[in-house]
Write a protein that binds this ligand. Sequence first.
Ligand code: 0R9
Length: 678
Amino acid sequence: MPDDKFSAATAAMQSDNVNQAEAMQYDEGAIRVLEGLEAVRVRPGMYIGSTGPRGLHHLVYEILDNSVDESLAGYCKNIDVIINEDNSVTVEDDGRGIPTGVHSQTGKSTVETVFTVLHAGGKFGEGGYKVSGGLHGVGASVVNALSEKLLVEVSRDSKLHRQVYRRGKPESDLEEVGATDKRGTKVTFWPDDEIFHDINEDNERVAIVVEWDVLATRLREMSFLNKGLRITLEDKRHNKSETYHYEGGIASYVEYINDTRTAIHKPPIYFELEREDVVVECALQWTDVYAESIYTFVNNINTHDGGTHLTGFRNALTRIVNEYARRNNFVKEAEANFTGEDVREGLTAIVSVKVSEPQFEGQTKERLGNREVQGITQSVTAEKLSDWLELNPKQAKDIVNKAIQARQAREAAHKAKSLVRRQSALENSNLPGKLADCSERDAAKCEIFIVEGDSAGGSAKQGRNRNFQAILPLRGKILNVERVQPGRIYDNAEVQAMIQALGLVVKEEEEEGGTKGTGLLRPNASNLDLGRLRYHKVIIMTDADVDGSHIRTLILTFLFRYARPVIEQGYVYIAQPPLYKVEKGKRSEYCYNEHKLEAVLAEMGDKAIVQRFKGLGEMMPEQLWQTTMNPETRTLKQVTVDDASEADHVFDLLMGEAVEPRKKFILDNTHLVANLDV
Ligand code: 0R9
């Protein structure tokens, strides 16, 4: 089944069908010792994570990373990425060109070595900061192994060289084919559809194709992270092209994220400094929103789980803003310090460090572990931020005022009478009355269906397996959390019901230079206590109409802003109820999309009776179980955040207050929002 998007949440938040699980499981004992590229073809998932859409796009990133490495080394200014009509992809850079001479260790040309020896690019290339080295960072040879055909063309020393490979094997040696006045490397590859394919509902094999939105997001990010680098993306299938080029680098990135928000100061604060062989580059700007949006990178790799650079940055920020506020009498002696959360409210920041030997930790290897980077980032940020505040007293005052307001709102929320009730709710000693809970207590085995309306809730309650499936029917209007102060989300009954039912509780963390957090959920905070989550499958089940789509987006906005780790862990799913039931005689079939309906009607002929389900409430409990809830027969779509900064931007556009950019976004992306009432 092709990977399709479920709503307006664009390339940034994608869904994958999970009954054809992308990520592969490995039995270590079963891994044969295989040599060379054959091993890559036998176990592709081990090298690129998956053979689904993510894996396919990963091939492009592997090749692109080599060009970006060349740009980091200072030799490449332009990179072109072309999606060709036949779904092959070309990447071309204007760097030095891969060396063409014979490689002393392999006896083959260096070009052939790079494309046929695992990890050769990283091993044999010069030192410096390598982009490759992140989660996969497997190199060009893996792309070659997983491509039906790969063509490399190198322009170097006035000569053009080329070599063609089929499924990783060279067709001939590297050949000199002519003269050139250019310099650079050009790689075109045809992903192997023996490896990258899906199976559709009719059991047919369909190739997975490269998507514009996914590549555009990544290329834009790469160009923000490498100021001055010009990256062009062209799609020959749709006659479309875009160029990404930002002289402002990550300061432009912050402005891009904030173009839907009102900045408190302009331009963003920006600094870059190399200390003890670590380059620290930061851009930050406070706005009038409540969420904090801090994105961190190491050697151009997004460290979604933060790490030592983030800790250093945050510590410096809290300490310096507190010190400045006290020194200038904005905070009196008797008053408590701002918390880190107070200081970060409304802050958008990019922290990008370059480290020569990065160590990635954590389950997904997306957290920087190098101890020394914490102190370096902390001291650089403290010095530079302190200088900036001293030099810009007017703006500094506005920033401190923002923190004062955040602190007041936090204190008011605490004092509010209802908080006592809320806190006991947070302890989840009382679950919402409308929750039909399951009997199982092991969260890993439990599912909760968040359902819209009483009638659908009724069907779901009767249809479920009460051992492990809970039902939470939502009745009233769900709050658009994007538009209210964090403390106020608890006033909305439906949001509160979700918080209680799911068990969304934060961990208390002490921070240097600040005071303890509040225990309340905060937008974009990462301190959710996942150990208290009551279900490891949170399934949003809404009607397949405009209202259903709107409610789903409101629920997703809440989860994205206030419980993002739940999405990041892969615990959030969208149910896929059928749209039609077609019957003829004794035969009946459920159709989940128009395409399937047409196919079934063509098969059954015109005497077939078509029932269209207008809402889940119209389904009999047994039907709902069979088509949508039974783990044996249902299809769920998993919600993932591929790029939080892009999702951040999209939610701002869809749910925020800025009208003009929203209109523009909707006009530019009608295919994404067609079924969304915004
Ligand atoms: C279109 C995709 N681009 C590339 O794959 C690419 C790799 C590459 C490269 C060098 C320059 N440009 C490149 N583009 C390079 C050149 C030299 C030294 N290091 C790197 C040099 O001229 O001395 N290489 C990446 C790995 C290797 N080259 C190496 F291992 F062959 F050296």
